[in-house]
Write a protein that binds this ligand. Structure first.
Ligand code: MEV
Length: 302
């Protein structure tokens, strides 16, 4: 048993398959080089964390290790902006599980960190597919499919490739767009079932393009995926404008990433990421370049 425990985890970007992954279709996602770090300290009279969801997550994670959450103070250092589709709640859940294990002097073996962090993530939004936590826990690029246990396959892109991520500046909750789509699907299950299967096919084709280094093919698939996400009702006029800016600046494909309804877009720019980034910044959006498929994975470090 230690006086202090620490843990960290990376954020993620979904390349293809958000939303349909909740309904059993595959998704492709990658960890990004922006991390969440958590320090948990035993401290008499520690005040509960001011964010009630974070306080609830701490309580849940501590009780799972038979620790009294009332004596624990939490410090969070994050490079991942919250509520924008880059997996901040999944990274927080995983970093917390790692920090609590460190505090308790317990080992996290095999898939343990992911499984525990998925339970913590349910405290934030009960309907998560688990793709965010799985990506953060695996690091690198994965194909994920919701099942029991989930299918998590590491993908090897033909070469490292640059993505540009840009933020609409509109915060959103994952639960909002997910709930909206659930309601639409309940109204017209046959039609949405077809759209989910189409989204799944785009992911399967996307996997082949990624592994073959067919960047223009992958870009087209991202554009088609954006059309389907539009059909799901989770895009916004601002996201559409950003996507148009990215494509206009030479991105091979661009789409919203994560839950939508605000949040971020992702653009594929293997040869001209700085130009695409500059165009998005010029249009008034925060943007950064991230490289996926590098052999140096960023997920597993404690
Ligand atoms: C959120 O990053 C991705 C969604 O598909 C929700 C989920 O899979 O839990 C929108």
């Amino acid at each position: 048993m230690n006086a202090v425990g620490s843990g960290s985890a990376p954020g993620k970007v979904i390349l293809l398959g958000e939303h349909s992954v909740v309904f059993g279709q595959p998704a492709i996602a990658a960890s990004i080089a922006r991390r969440m770090e958590i320090v948990v300290r035993r401290q008499d009279g520690a005040k509960p964390h001011p964010d009630p969801k974070v306080a609830a997550a701490l309580e849940f994670a501590a009780k799972e290790r038979d620790l009294d959450p009332r004596g624990l103070a939490l410090e969070i250092h994050s490079e991942i902006p919250p509520a924008c589709g880059l997996g901040s709640s999944a990274a927080l859940s995983l970093a917390l599980v790692r920090a609590i294990a460190d505090l308790a002097g317990a080992d996290l073996v095999g898939d343990d960190a992911r499984v525990r962090a998925s339970r913590v993530e349910d405290v934030f939004h009960g309907t998560a597919s688990g793709v965010d936590v799985a990506t953060s826990a695996s690091g690198g690029v994965i194909l994920f499919e919701r099942s029991t246990p989930p299918r998590i396959e590491r993908l090897r892109p033909a070469a490292p490739v640059d993505l540009v991520i840009a933020s609409s500046g509109d915060p959103r909750s994952t639960a909002g767009p997910v709930g909206k789509l659930r309601a639409r699907n309940a109204e017209r299950p046959a039609l949405y079932g077809k759209l989910f299967r189409l989204a799944g096919e785009i992911v399967s084709d996307g996997r082949i393009a990624l592994e073959q280094g067919d960047w223009s093919g992958l870009g087209s698939l991202m554009d088609i995926a954006q059309g389907v996400l539009n059909g799901f009702g989770v895009s916004t006029p601002t996201l559409e404008r950003m996507i148009a800016v990215a494509r206009g600046a030479g991105a091979l494909g661009a789409k919203l990433s994560g839950a939508g309804g605000g949040g971020v877009i992702v653009a594929l720019a293997p040869a001209n990421a700085p130009e695409v980034e500059a165009a998005l910044r010029g249009a008034g959006f925060e943007a950064f370049v991230t490289r996926i498929g590098d052999s140096k994975e960023v997920g597993n470090a404690r």
